[in-house]
Design a protein around this ligand. Sequence first.
Ligand code: AHR
Length: 503
Amino acid sequence: MKKAKVLFSKDFAIAKVDDRLYGSFIEHLGRAVYGGIYQPDHPTADQDGFRQDVLALVKDLRVPIIRYPGGNFVSGYCWEDGVGPRELRPSRLDLAWRTMEPNWVGIDEFARWGKKAGSEVMMAVNLGTRGTQDALNVLEYCNHPGGSKYSDMRIAHGAKEPYHFKVWCLGNELDGSWQVGYKTMQEYGRIAAQTAKAMKMLDPNIELVAVGSSSASMATFPQWEAEVLDHCYHDVDYISLHQYYGRRNEDTPNFLAKTVEMEHFIKTVAATCDYIKAKKRSKKTMMLSFDEWNVWYHSNEADRKIMQDTPWQIAPPLLEDHYTFEDALLVGLMLISMLKHSDRVRMACLAQLVNVIAPIMTEQNGAAWVQPTYYPYLHVSNFGRGVALQPVLSCGKHDTRDFTDVPDVDSVAVFDEESRTLTVFAVNRDLHEATSFDIDLRDFPDYGLVEHVSLTCDNLQQRNSAAGQAVVPKKEPAGIIDGGVYQGRLANASWNTLRFSDQ
Ligand code: AHR
């Protein structure tokens, strides 16, 4: 059997993990909102029309923050269309996804849903077709107590108390030519700076996210970050990162090595922020918001067809990736990568949450069910709260088409002082061989294994469906502890969560 060993010590802390690292995203896109979170004629719908089967699965994930209402959608969104009496709300063409937006759900409904889900809302403003004044209007509507035009409008719509949304995204992917109202880096930097300044005048308690590159492969990356931050470094609190991976004309080992690239992306953005920090002689360190990440490629062809052949439908099935077991392994690896950089990556959003490239799926006339990717997210969100610890890891390495020296095993740990629990997350990338996995617990005397849960499957392409859950976690037999070292085993191609405690 192959061998891997890792040492975790409280002395090698990366950072106290911001819970908002486990955020997600709901966009007015496909069946995310209509037929996803909201479906008044569904048997589980509550008095507000929200599906309670979906809410239960979201609550199990303990999603701390949810980005809304887009995404590409926000760059042409008129938020006023989605507030007030439903019968007066207009339908609108959504150019981003070539659908019809009926505005049955808007800010007030989503705020109510977020409350039920136990999640904060991360609002995005339209800096595509709109600008500073509109950003101020929507902020006033949401966060100002009352006595002004838009705050009184909210009160008239039944929400006496302001929502106090804390995190606001200054637009979305405005570096991309597909974006309605896309901009050059100079144009965006200026509008981001002036909008940020004005929004903080209105509500100094908010935190602002400037738009970073839409992916590491954008031709303008990382000059976009440098130029944008040169304009707005003092006015914003985060710069965003977006990255989706797909397996296209490549084998699984190359697909599972994509997090090597992801970590490089994070380090490059952090370095670019630090360059501007130095240039400005600033004391402030810019934090990163990885507010769109996931696997996304299965549905690309079907989406193109829907948007081309049958546009302007309400809630067509767009971006409904049907995920495989190997996708879940990459999602687990992506979570490990973000935890390893949690000193800079403070917020992140798995994009998205329901039906649209999502861990949770719904049947129109049936139940909600979960994809294989649900499980790594569930485990890390529930057990990854505390202080992230640097792995001192030794294991075999392998080369793939695009990457060299890819570690066979990737791992990180989180220590929760309060519950005195050490949780180790690990993926064995080796598709064929299991590995021994020794965890040096010298800094955790008297700790024993609470549970080792894994996600494994003989078929890398196995999917779940409404009819059956083929990919589900299972409990692994406990290893032994000898001389302060836990002697465990990671199955071939596996996602693993090992929890230790002295309780
Ligand atoms: O999450 C799906 C889409 O991906 C978002 O609307 C956009 O921001 C990104 O390109």
